[in-house]
Design a protein around this ligand. Sequence first.
Ligand code: PLP
Length: 413
Amino acid sequence: MKEIVTETIVDYENHVNLGMARLFKIMGLDTLEWKASGTMIEDIEGNKYIDCLGGYGTFALGHRPAEVIEAVKEQLDLMPLSSKVLFNQALGQLSRKLAEITPGRLQYSFVCNSGTEAVEGALKLARMATGKNRIIAAVNSFHGKSLGSLSVTGRDIFRNPFKPLLPEIEHVIFGDLEDLAKSINHETAAVILEPIQGEGGIILPSENYLAGARELCDNYGALLILDEIQTGIGRTGKMFACEHYNVVPDILTTAKALGGGVMPVGAFIATPEVWEVFNTAPFIHTSTFGGNPLACRAAIATLNTLEEKGLVQKAAESGEYLLNRLTDLAKNYPDIINDVRGKGLMVGIEFQHESYGGLLISELFEAGIVVAYTLNQQKVIRLEPPLIISQEEIDKVVDALKNALTKVVELAS
Ligand code: PLP
């Protein structure tokens, strides 16, 4: 066993990424993920961990959900990838299903393979539909790292090495309607926002922010793109987080949990008016693998299972329980924990100092729990467990966090 671990670490050092290998080792994450089931990941030595990161929100149904595995296996025996020249039943059914579960009049979908591709497509569609190029995004946002999505991502450390990025992109302060009002004008093609910033540190906007952004977009003939790649598919206790705020975008992006943790799938969905330009130029935006039957079957099975098991409602209830327990815990550690916040099972713990997050991640890993930082904000660790997580498991996580905090207090004193 040890040889396989060592060989993989050396492979990373020599052929994947030396810096990443060093970081994993420093954090004590020097073992191999091997198998996974439900809420648990097992390493090669048979140690089990509760997956409280959930693949940044990918494993809504847990790992290897039976319904999704079965649907994928069935399709594997029929036709895994599309010929692209004949009608694909699974693509039609998934697109219909997406129209049913998204709010308002969102109706047409383009199915792709990842989050960043969904954002790329949404930006292209917005520019083509409006005939304008100017896009407004938020500081501290995260929309992906391919060149178009990186252009709207609001974090300089990821952007600066790749400048010049797309022109006519402006970043405004997330949650500040006045700042958006100052920036938006008749040249604006679209405003792209996450309903709740994920990688930015689980930042919830005020109740009226998204509605205000919607109104400003309408006033200036701009489209509203909501990036629900992390918040969507039940994560926040609604199918899509925009439902908490009663706001319907013109274009919505989804990915991560859509493939049930089994297949990579993303999509962007828009209203018929916006889609009109794609209807008249059907090959203007295409993808060889996008919309393949294997991925579409996984997504359909995911959405059906979510509904059948009432997991969206469960996420709301479990999330409230988790948040209450964490809020109580945080009261005892005011010098370490600055804030606990979230919606549904998208929860962030903000520390007073970045170093506490790293210590806790290592301590929790020792205790058999996987969590991680948010990408843009190292002071915040996020808990995005599978929506199927039980109350007993939540209790275990909170108890482990309490023990880890006790150790951190000892270390700090
Ligand atoms: N948009 C949001 C809100 C995200 O959280 C992410 C990934 O974390 C992305 C886009 C990019 O998705 P992907 O990593 O699948 O390209």
